[in-house]
Design a protein around this ligand. Structure first.
Ligand SMILES: Cc1ncc(C[n+]2csc(CCOP(=O)(O)OP(=O)(O)O)c2C)c(N)n1
Ligand SMILES: [Mg+2]
Length: 584
């Protein structure tokens, strides 16, 4: 946005706080917003209508936050959601924490009580600021109508700086409905705070030199990338460092797509689930961790990586470095900037490193081929009910390189995290690993589809997660999104059932769901609905879903109901789980 655009767009004059909110969001050029109205924010809604801005009524504010979060991941721009006083505001909590833990920029608005009557048992009144405060990076209470533009400016700056995150503007009713004479100068926003990363910071030069020294001396270095690679859009920097120095790359679920999964240097997922990455970590002699918190799943409950291997930890959040695993070298800074600096510091090594590591990188395709051979019976399975690995294989075959797969918290995310292959770098796989709530798939798919309307978007979700969100199918239909929703129908809270099978000898409690025909439900809601029981039909069904561009498609996939065969990493007919263990 040029300076002159800025000025010509500036409104001025007397207006209420709601209009000022909308004018600022217009200036920020935000995408579609998601929320559910109530009295407090109605002037804001009216302003959206008058300004012709896109806002979607959702059926649960949690979904609005999920949709805004997914929108932010696809665009690297803040997603916007809102909720009304009390239950509207408290319903935002889960979605906002997803953004907080995943580092997604979100601007959330919550209406609050009229301050003339607060603390007198106003209807829906609750201590929402206290409830929401730990769910966001910053909670800003707007105390004066005149300060609305300033506070929104601040919200964008906080949401997009450092590790990005959600910012909640708590807007009392009287501030939203109250009026003020605004000057044109009041409406301004720093364009560099409208997308992430707002500003890049480079790690200290001396630390880069030490890290480069460690990498140069390593025979088997390995890069481990997390979701920070997306927030930093460090794809080119990662690829050129990996290729120039012949360093393989493993990823977390959130880091999938940092490097194309089919690239010869990609060793796939590491941590709780792994193809070949965990064994390469064990055999490594230097690890470069990029934009990854090294939390429970990435470390397989803190047993990976082995302490003996020197670790270089590059992160935008200084306090994440060394939290779970001591770092030999701490690189505090932006992922892309840090990778570029490392590449530069290692430039003289390139001629030596590539031949020296030739045998090492040749191992990768060989190990991957061996893994594939071992996994082939699952990937190619023709069994009915359908094997999850076969479903993943069909997704790999059907989804084009530019498509986006949004994955829900249950097995949908676990299996695709392990077996789905992105075909180009970027945000092509969006799992809600910030908080790992079930229910993200459908609203996340809506947010992603609206963020990238020309891109094929598939959301994969469990039946439990889908049940939670069924109302949002109405939203998806109303929004006219050509979203394909793959429901992994195992008639169970499968992850829970699988653990009860393994840990409690099949004493199942509250883990069965009733058999449902989700395709029929979808059709009744005006969507395309296709039930698939035969694995050979999967490819065609996916293609039919992708071809439908103006309304959602639900593919109801009947998958294994055997709780002994639900977990991706282990066959829990044989696994033994001791107290405190997490095999899955
Ligand atoms: C909101 C929420 N509640 C509970 C859980 C714990 N949990 C993880 S996976 C899972 C099973 C979900 O069932 P479903 O969506 O059908 O997925 P499945 O595991 O059967 O594929 C549950 C309950 C969670 N992740 N999120
Ligand atoms: Mg299920």
């Amino acid at each position: 946005m040029s300076d002159s655009d800025h000025i010509s767009n500036r409104p001025a004059g007397r207006m209420n706080g709601g209009r000022a909110l909308a004018e600022m969001l217009r200036l920020a050029d935000v995408g579609p917003m998601f929320g559910m109205g109530g009295f407090q924010l109605l002037p804001f809604y009216d302003a959206l209508s008058r300004l012709g801005m896109r806002h979607f009524l959702i059926n649960d504010e949690r979904c609005g936050a999920f949709a805004a979060e997914a929108y932010a991941r696809v665009t690297n721009r803040p997603g916007v959601c809102d909720g009304t006083l009390g239950p509207g505001a408290t319903n935002l909590v889960t979605g906002l924490i997803e953004g907080l833990n995943a580092g997604s920029p979100i601007i959330a608005l919550a209406g609050d009580t009229n301050r003339a009557h607060s603390w007198k048992n106003m209807t829906q009144e609750c201590r929402q600021a206290e409830i929401l405060r730990p769910a966001v990076k910053e909670l800003i209470r707007v105390e004066l109508t005149s300060r609305v533009p300033e506070m929104l400016r601040r919200a964008f700056a906080v949401a997009t700086s450092g590790r990005p995150g959600p910012v909640l503007l708590d807007v009392p009713e009287d501030v939203c409905h109250g009026e003020h004479d605004f000057a044109a100068e009041d409406f301004a926003i720093d364009p560099s705070t409208l997308s992430v990363p707002a500003r890049r910071i480079r790690p200290d030069r001396a630390d880069i030199a030490r890290a480069a020294g460690l990498i140069a001396h390593a025979k088997r270095p390995l890069i481990l990338v997390g979701g920070g690679i997306h927030l930093s859009a460090g794809y080119e920097a990662l690829l050129s460092l990996a290729e120039a120095q012949s360093i393989p790359v493993a990823h977390t679920m959130s880091g999938k797509g940092g490097i194309t999964c089919s690239h010869p240097l990609s060793v796939g997922l590491f941590g709780r689930y792994s193809r070949i990455a965990n064994e390469l970590i064990e055999a490594a002699d230097c690890l470069l961790v990029v934009g990854c918190k090294l939390g429970e799943i990435a470390t397989k409950r803190y047993v990976l990586p082995p302490e003996r291997i020197p670790l270089i930890h590059l992160d935008i959040l200084a306090e994440e470095i060394g939290r779970c695993r001591p770092a030999a070298v701490a690189l505090w800074g932006d992922a892309r900037a840090g990778l570029e600096d490392l590449a530069e510091a290692l430039a003289d090594e390139t001629r030596r490193a590539r031949p020296a590591r030739a045998d090492y990188v040749k191992e990768i395709p060989a190990r991957m081929a061996a893994w594939r051979e071992e996994a082939a019976p699952r990937l190619d399975s023709v069994e009915r009910p359908i094997h999850m690995a076969r479903l993943c294989r069909e997704l790999n075959a059907a989804l084009p390189a530019d498509s986006i797969l949004v994955a829900d918290g249950g097995f949908a995310g676990h299996w695709t995290g392990l077996l789905y292959d992105t075909k180009s770098p970027g945000r092509h796989f969006i799992p809600d690993r910030g908080l790992a709530s079930i229910g993200y798939g459908l609203p996340g798919g809506i947010g992603a589809a609206l963020a990238a309307p020309a891109t094929p978007v598939v959301a994969i979700t469990g039946d439990g997660g889908f049940n939670m969100m069924l109302g949002e199918l109405e939203t998806a239909r109303r929004a006219g999104v050509g979203l394909t929703i793959v429901v992994v129908n195992n008639a169970a809270s499968g992850y829970v059932k699988a653990l009860q099978h393994a840990m409690f000898r099949g004493r199942y409690q509250s883990s069965d769901l009733v058999e449902m025909d989700y395709a029929a439900i979808a059709r009744a809601m005006g969507c395309q609905g296709i039930r698939v029981e035969d694995p050979e039909r999967l490819g065609a069904a996916l293609r039919e879903g992708l071809a439908e561009r103006t309304r959602p498609t639900v593919l109801d996939i009947v998958v294994t109901r055997d709780p002994a065969r639900m977990l991706p990493a282990v066959d829990n007919r044989t696994v033994e789980i001791r107290q405190g263990d997490r095999v899955a």
